[in-house]
Design a protein. Sequence first.
Length: 238
Amino acid sequence: MLAEWMTALTAARVLTDTKEALEAQLGPWLNALEAAGAGDEPAKSELLRLVALYGRALGAEGKPASATVLQVALLDRLYRNRGPISDRLSATLDEMLRVIADAHDLGATQRLRQRNVRALRESSPVFRWADRAVIGFLIGGMEAELVDAMFGRVLRECAGAGVDHAVIDVFGAPPDDDLFHHTIRGFADAKELSRYHLTVTGLRNPEATRRALDQLGVDRRRVTLLPDLQRYLSDSTS
């Protein structure tokens, strides 16, 4: 069966790796599939786990969904072309198709998300303002990778520009959360950053954020919270 499957994959031009590598990776599926068809539930669970991991990996690598699903569809066709198959085997093959399709979709979604996160991390605007401050705009999500990158970029620019005021606007991000609050606490507690003052603008509910920071024991003499960036700009020029 494995040789027939590899031949079918080659003819359909859906080999996602070398033939030898695929034989090593997909070969164990066949033993597990036969066992599942005979009613071995642990073998079925292991088979579906392998199928899910494989499908998600291909999605994460950007392989086409059609090529991924067709690999299982061709195996299904080979079994059914041999003649009648048991209800258990038929149901397992059907479930393999569903699992690999869903897993590929998950892998592809994760790949796109990671690409978007990288783009936001590297390209979210950061600029100097009138030699008074460095302003950065947190866009996309309250995620550790984005939050840490924004704090790092703003503070590095402050150091390079010789200014003491760091401003992070969160209007384009979801509501601030525990991760963001703990990041602010990390800033306020860092002795090596004691020369800098942080202003956070664009907050949905500055009072709620203030209470959350107070519960964490944040020294708010070094942190200002404002509902919008314009308020900060107006106060700084008045």
